[in-house]
Design a protein around this ligand. Structure first.
Ligand code: IPE
Ligand code: IPE
Ligand code: MG
Length: 237
């Protein structure tokens, strides 16, 4: 398998619940099951890095009750699932502006991120209060600070240097990004990181996503030719 890193915009929980005449939060709960199934499927397929969009910097604009429910569900899931995930070899990381979360949640996230499974099989990056533009700005700020301190010379700054300050810099590039739920947009997810990522927009609602759906996307990915600006002839030479 030549896929090292997958990113997923887990969308469609609300519509999945509405179809069943249930509140939107019912869909979020069902979405947690899909996360677990996806993790298992990735481990099985030998994928080493997975980045999931769980809560965007814009999702604070939702009704307060839904935001609160999402926070509770997030905390409960971390409490409940971490031991089993660690046993499976999953290491959790969090990306986003974590300072906006409650102290309890922040503490839990740093506790979970400090766990190193004995045999690491998958790194799971959970994007929370994450925004692609925020990521670029925080990188620019770090770089500006380094320049101001005299640690970096502006003349040595290029794309690969800038990249070091962005989220996920130490992980392989994202090979493919999947958005479930039928919308054809990135919604401020990994803007810098997905410059050459293969994009897949699928109709499946997130609570219906499973190993089979993942496999069908991986099959479609194998049919794509990643040219990175070159011609097909050059690649096949
Ligand atoms: C994605 O599902 C989950 C989060 C954004 C937290 P939605 O809640 O956006 O579901 P739809 O798009 O309204 O169906
Ligand atoms: C994107 O979904 C964010 C997550 C999946 C966490 P949204 O449902 O918030 O995106 P928009 O509002 O449809 O663009
Ligand atoms: Mg949505």
């Amino acid at each position: 398998m030549n896929v090292q890193h997958i990113a997923i915009i887990m969308d469609g929980n609300g519509r999945w619940a509405a179809q069943r005449k249930r509140p939107r939060t019912w869909g979020h709960k069902a979405g947690v099951k899909s996360v677990k199934a996806t993790l298992k499927a990735c481990v099985k397929a030998g994928i080493k890095h997975l980045t999931l969009f769980a809560f965007s910097s814009e999702n604070w604009r939702r009704p307060e009750a839904e935001v609160n429910r999402l926070m509770t569900l997030f905390l409960q899931s971390l409490e409940k699932e971490t031991p089993e995930l660690t046993q499976q070899g999953v290491a959790l990381r969090f990306i986003g502006d974590l300072s906006s979360f409650s102290e309890t949640l922040q503490r839990k996230m740093s506790e979970v991120a400090a766990i190193y499974p004995q045999q690491r099989r998958l790194t799971l990056n959970v994007a929370v209060n994450y925004g692609g533009r925020w990521d670029i700005v925080q990188a620019a700020k770090q770089l500006a600070f380094a320049c101001q301190q005299g640690d970096v010379n502006l003349s040595e700054v290029d794309e690969s240097h800038f990249h070091r300050y962005t989220c996920l810099a130490e992980q392989p590039p994202i090979d493919l990004m999947i958005r479930t739920g039928g919308e054809h947009r990135i919604s401020n997810f990994l803007l810098w990181q997905c410059a050459y990522t293969e994009l897949f927009f699928i109709e499946t609602l997130w609570p219906d996503f499973d190993e089979k759906v993942l496999q069908s996307v991986l099959d479609a990915y194998q049919q794509r030719e990643r040219r990175f600006g070159q011609t097909s002839e050059q690649l096949n030479a």
